[in-house]
Design a protein around this ligand. Structure first.
Ligand code: ZN
Length: 330
């Protein structure tokens, strides 16, 4: 496999040399960027075969006791403690399994895992195995919300396109979201899955009230967005960020456009980076007005977004609302 040329610390995390002033309670403080280095190498030790099988062969390995036949995945024992330390042998298990428990979902991850959130983390018993293995869980259908993956849900193991030989190389999605061919295929990769056309929640038919509600709400959102554009803190929250967002509501649709510090409301774009579906546009309005977070509305299934990684954008919108609220307080 081709080695990746990325650096351990990506360039974007390396601060510029220099200094700047931060004013806290009316006093100026000089802040300078500095660095402290610690790099280390870590061996996967006896787990090397397991991770190499994932990286190079897209196989999931376990160990089978030569005496009692118990299959442990991952293969963490070379000898079975239940059988007076009889040797185990490496075997391959299947890549479809069942959730052993209902996975908790991480929405706000530490910086190390932020690009992966939201994700579920739970234990899966793969076919052919007797023990459960911890894996990260995603849905192909927008964002992972409670109830989508539960104890007993059948899941399929998916391999990242770029694999380096660690736990992040694999994750699971519900088997019900895949075709039969995909479920059967060994070594199914993330790029073979359709992440783009997530099934959107259906909106009920609009009546006159809904049309009027949308018109009124868009007007209110527009005035909030104008306020955000005037707020340096809020502008900073979306610095370097560009998104065309299509917002679909019961009463109709509109667009939200983020352009490196600027945010604007307008006509629904013909193509968008992602889609928001919320039956009542006031759900989005309330979030932008800092009356409850939009992230909470996503988690509570009042507002749906089409792509998992765009939770980041939702998070930024919440930050902008907070920045405006904080400025008002001062
Ligand atoms: Zn045994």
């Amino acid at each position: 496999m081709k080695q990746l040329k990325e650096k351990i610390i990506p360039d974007k995390y390396i601060p510029e040399a220099g200094s700047h002033i931060e004013t806290i309670d009316g006093r100026d403080y000089l802040i300078a960027n500095d660095a402290m280095y610690t790099f280390y190498r870590r061996t996967k030790g006896e787990f090397s075969d397991f991770f190499l099988a994932i990286r190079d062969q897209k196989k999931l390995l376990g160990c089978k006791c030569t005496q009692c036949g118990l299959v442990r995945v991952p293969p963490f024992l070379t000898h079975c403690p239940d059988c007076n330390f009889a040797p185990t042998e490496i075997i391959e298990v299947e890549q479809v399994g069942v959730m052993n428990s209902t996975p908790p979902i991480t929405y706000f991850a530490t910086s190390l895992f932020q690009d992966m959130a939201p994700y579920g983390r739970g234990r899966v018993i793969f076919r052919g195995a007797d023990t459960a293995m911890s894996v990260n869980l995603y849905t192909t259908n927008g964002i992972l919300v409670p109830g989508l993956i539960k104890k007993g849900t059948e899941v399929k193991l998916i391999f990242r396109d770029k694999r380096v030989g660690d736990v992040k190389d694999i994750f699971c999605v519900p088997a019900s979201e895949l075709t039969k061919t995909q479920i059967r295929k060994k070594g199914l990769q993330e790029s073979e899955i359709d992440w783009e056309t997530a099934v959107q929640p259906k909106l009920p038919k609009a009546n006159n009230n809904d049309l009027a509600n949308l018109k009124k709400t868009v007007k209110e959102i527009t005035s909030i967005v104008i306020e955000m554009n005037r707020n340096p803190r809020a502008r900073k929250d979306i610095a370097g960020w560009k998104r065309n967002i299509l917002v679909k509501t019961k009463g109709g649709q509109f667009g939200l456009f983020i352009r490196d510090g600027n945010i604007r409301v307008g006509k629904a774009p013909s193509s968008s980076d992602f889609i928001i579906v919320c039956e009542d546009p006031r759900t989005l309005l309330d979030g932008l007005a800092y009356r409850g977070a939009i992230t909470d509305s996503v988690i509570n299934k009042k507002l749906w977004i089409s792509k998992n990684m765009e939770f980041n954008t939702i998070f930024k919108l919440d930050r902008m609302a907070r920045s405006v609220a904080r400025t008002k307080k001062m």
